[in-house]
Design a protein around this ligand. Structure first.
Ligand code: KIV
Length: 271
C-alpha cells in the first residue's frame, strides 16, 4: 500500500475570505499568543491580533496607548502558532492616521516583521484614501467602522452607534467608502442591529459583526470574553467557557498542595 504524502496545509487567503460574501458565515476570534492561537486555528477562518490586547493582556484603560512594537510581538507569536487561518494584525492608534505614506511604512513593517496576511485599521470615509493607497501597494486591508475604540475619547466612551436613525446615512457612507477604497472586509462594531443588517446588504465585501447583527457575513469576539475570563463582559458577548473559575480552582489546588507538601510527588522529581 502506498501512502500519499500529506498535503501542505494552506492558510486562508484574502481573496478566499472576500469571496465568502453572502456565503457560509465567517468565523473569527481574537488571539494574542501562540498557544491559544493554535487552538483557535482549528476552527477560525481568520484570527485577529486585535489592539484590544492592550486592555485584555496589559491592563490598559483604552487601546490608545498600544505601541506598534507590542502589536508586532504578539502578531509574530500568533503567526508562529498557526498554520491555517488568515492572520490579521491591528494597526494601533497613531500609526496610520497622519498620512497614507506613514500608514504604508507602518503596515509594511507589521507585515514584514510578523508574517501576517493583512492589517486592520479603524475609520470609514476619512480613511478611504489611505486604504486605497495601501491596497494599491500590496497591503490587504480590513476596515473597521461603527464603534471604533481608538476614537473612544472623541466618542465620549464605548458607545453603541446608530441609536438615532438620522446618523445612519453617515455610517452607511463609511461602509461604502471603505468597500470602494478596496478593503477586503469590514468589521462592524457596536452598532444597532438593523443598521448592521442594512449595511451588510448594501456593500459587496463581507461584514464581520461584533455587537452588530446575526445577518453580518461573519462574527468575531474577543477570545478572553467568550472564554469567561472577563468578569464584566459587554452585553453582546455570549460566554462559552468558565475559564476564570477553572484557573482559580487550579491555582487554589496548587497552592494547597505546595503548602501541604503534596507537590511535587515522586512523579514530578528526577531520581
Ligand atoms: O481589537 C480588537 O480586538 C478588535 C475587535 C474587537 C474587532 O478590533
Amino acid at each position: 500500500m502506498t501512502t500519499e504524502p500529506a498535503k501542505p496545509v494552506r492558510r486562508t487567503t484574502v481573496p478566499q475570505l472576500a469571496a465568502r460574501k453572502g456565503g457560509d458565515p465567517i468565523v473569527s476570534l481574537t488571539s494574542y499568543h501562540a498557544h491559544t492561537a493554535a487552538i483557535v486555528d482549528g476552527y477560525a477562518d481568520f484570527i485577529l491580533v486585535g489592539d484590544s490586547l492592550g486592555m485584555v493582556m496589559h491592563g490598559m484603560e483604552t487601546t490608545v496607548g498600544v505601541p506598534l512594537d507590542l502589536m508586532i510581538m504578539h502578531g509574530r507569536a500568533v503567526v508562529r502558532g498557526t498554520k491555517k487561518a488568515l492572520i490579521v494584525v491591528d494597526m494601533p492608534f497613531g500609526t496610520y492616521e497622519e498620512s497614507p505614506n506613514v500608514a504604508f511604512r507602518n503596515a509594511a513593517k507589521i507585515m514584514k516583521e510578523t508574517g501576517c496576511g493583512a492589517v486592520k485599521l479603524e475609520g470609514g470615509s476619512r480613511m478611504a484614501e489611505t486604504i486605497h493607497f495601501l491596497v494599491e501597494r500590496g497591503i490587504p486591508v480590513m476596515a473597521h467602522t461603527g464603534l471604533t475604540p481608538q476614537s473612544s475619547h472623541v466618542m465620549g466612551g464605548f458607545k453603541t452607534q446608530g441609536r438615532q436613525e438620522d446618523t445612519w446615512p453617515a455610517h452607511e457612507e463609511d461602509a461604502k467608502a471603505v468597500a470602494d477604497a478596496g478593503a477586503f472586509a469590514v468589521v462592524l462594531e457596536g452598532m444597532v442591529e438593523p443598521l448592521a443588517a442594512k449595511i451588510t446588504k448594501m456593500i459587496d465585501i463581507p461584514t464581520i459583526g461584533i455587537g452588530a447583527s446575526a445577518d453580518c457575513d461573519g462574527q468575531i469576539l474577543v477570545l478572553e470574553d467568550m472564554l469567561g475570563l472577563n468578569s464584566r463582559p459587554p452585553k453582546f458577548v455570549k460566554v462559552y467557557g468558565d475559564l476564570a473559575n477553572q484557573i482559580e480552582s487550579a491555582v487554589k489546588n496548587y497552592a494547597e498542595d505546595v503548602r501541604d507538601r503534596k507537590f511535587p510527588t515522586e512523579d514530578q522529581v528526577y531520581r
